[in-house]
Design a protein around this ligand. Structure first.
Ligand SMILES: NC(=O)C1=CN([C@@H]2O[C@H](COP(=O)(O)OP(=O)(O)OC[C@H]3O[C@@H](n4cnc5c(N)ncnc54)[C@H](OP(=O)(O)O)[C@@H]3O)[C@@H](O)[C@H]2O)C=CC1
Ligand SMILES: O=C1OC[C@@H](O)[C@H](O)[C@H]1O
Length: 394
């Protein structure tokens, strides 16, 4: 059987671009995926073509891969099937529009855009060009996430009425980040909400919204503690999801922050970061919410199922070098970003224009929730990064 080949272009050469591109290197067969192949055929850096060339070497791309010194050249490369966008949040709208305008399929890092109207404009453009568009919320595509959603839809824990999810990582911003860093800088749409809070929201949504046949957008109440630069360093959200066919009203509690830790000792002693609670039991997921590797199912009848979910990889012997994962990524394992890449390949192979575990509609509802949270707490980014105008030189 011939395999479906997906040829990737990587837009930007920072931290996550490197991790993602490294994750494309192991043969998908090492995770049981037999029908597709990924190849990095080009990369672009806004700094220089030399930087892109160095990047391609670091991620083991073939010598034939093209190195570009501008994103525009990458968007126009006819050999590229899909572009992975790995710039700061502030730039996603402009970068994605550039690629969609050029007729490219796009996988765009989270948070998709700075606001919901920008995302609506991207969705409209993707439809007009008849291309694929997906937000790179990689966690959604893990077998662990599929298992959790299946537990819910199977009815095993009964109707779910509450999910609480925390992604807090004690990295005191004043000691960790320069004022120009994307995690705190308003010019780059920094702050906990768009960077980390989106994972707490992902768990609330994929358990209370994605699992429903007739999902409805939630209402939201929120509070925010601001950093000295005006971006948020801690945000707490209480979401109310209307009743559906399968359950009554449900509450989602999503918290995020840079001052407290979901896992203070790094050993899971504090308990689960995520609890999905139903009438017959609950399913727990352990920190970190973006790359969890442990779940615990606890049922009223006394059943307890503790499960580990190591990320597959090519093994230590392959000489494969770990990426961004650091402590979370034992040697020989992959980071786990390949699951979302596999979803892109399967979607394009099947002719789908969006991901199967997070529709564009759902990404939009989440973006609307984040807009509302910012509105309730007076967090605005500079006009040039919230605008619908295109092109804007950032
Ligand atoms: N899924 C995940 O686990 C993770 C996702 N992310 C997401 O990935 C995105 C990028 O994060 P990360 O890789 O950590 O960021 P980095 O700062 O490491 O890299 C961002 C890259 O974007 C390009 N860029 C273009 N314009 C700018 C600008 N004005 N300021 C800074 N960089 C610019 C640069 O590449 P060049 O010079 O080559 O053009 C830069 O290297 C964010 O959306 C973030 O939320 C981040 C970490 C983990
Ligand atoms: O997506 C992410 O996951 C890991 C975090 O450390 C990082 O800040 C964030 O962008």
């Amino acid at each position: 059987m011939s395999k479906f080949q997906l040829k990737w272009g990587i837009l930007a050469t920072g931290g996550i671009a490197e991790t993602f591109a490294r994750d494309l290197w192991p043969n998908p067969e090492c995770r049981g995926v037999k029908d597709i192949e990924h190849t990095v055929v080009a990369a672009a850096s806004s700094s220089s073509a030399d930087r892109a060339q160095k990047f391609l070497k670091e991620v083991r791309a073939a010598d034939s891969a093209k190195a570009y010194g501008s994103y525009k050249e990458l968007a126009q490369d006819p050999n590229v099937d899909i572009i992975y966008i790995a710039t700061p949040h502030s730039h996603h709208y402009q970068n994605a529009m550039l690629c969609l305008e050029a007729g490219k399929n796009v996988l765009c890092e989270k948070a998709f855009t700075t606001n919901a109207p920008q995302l609506e404009a991207l969705i409209k453009k993707a439809k007009e060009k008849n291309v694929f568009l997906m937000e790179a919320v990689w966690t959604r595509y893990f077998p662990l996430s599929i298992y959790v959603r299946d537990i819910i839809t199977s009815g095993k824990i009964g109707p779910v009425s509450r999910t609480s999810a925390d992604l807090s990582m004690a990295m005191l911003p004043e000691n960790t980040f320069d004022d120009s860093h994307r995690m705190v800088n308003p010019e780059l749409a920094g702050g906990a909400l768009l960077d980390l809070g989106i994972y707490a929201l992902t768990w609330v949504f994929q358990t209370l919204y994605t699992t429903q046949k007739d999902p409805k957008a939630p209402s939201v109440l929120s509070t925010m503690r601001k950093y000295k630069l005006g971006t948020d360093e801690q945000t707490s959200m209480l979401l109310t999801f209307p009743a559906t066919e399968a359950r009554g009203e449900a509450h989602g509690i999503a918290t995020t922050g840079m001052r407290t830790a979901a896992d203070p000792d790094g050993k899971g002693t504090a308990g689960p970061a995520i609890r999905v609670q139903g009438e017959e039991g609950e399913i727990q997921v352990f920190h970190p919410a973006f790359r969890p590797t442990r779940t615990k199912l606890i049922l009223k009848d006394g059943t307890v199922e503790d499960k580990e979910w190591p990320q597959p990889g090519p093994g230590k012997e392959s000489g494969w070098k770990n990426g961004f994962g650091g402590d979370w990524q034992p040697e020989g394992e992959g980071q786990g970003m390949f699951w979302e890449a596999d979803e892109c390949a399967h979607a394009l192979k099947e002719g789908r224009k969006e991901g199967q575990y997070e529709s564009l509609q759902e990404s939009l509802v989440i973006m609307q929730v984040m807009d509302e949270v910012r509105k309730q707490n007076g967090l605005k980014y500079p006009e040039k990064i919230e605008t619908l105008d295109y092109p804007v030189d950032l």
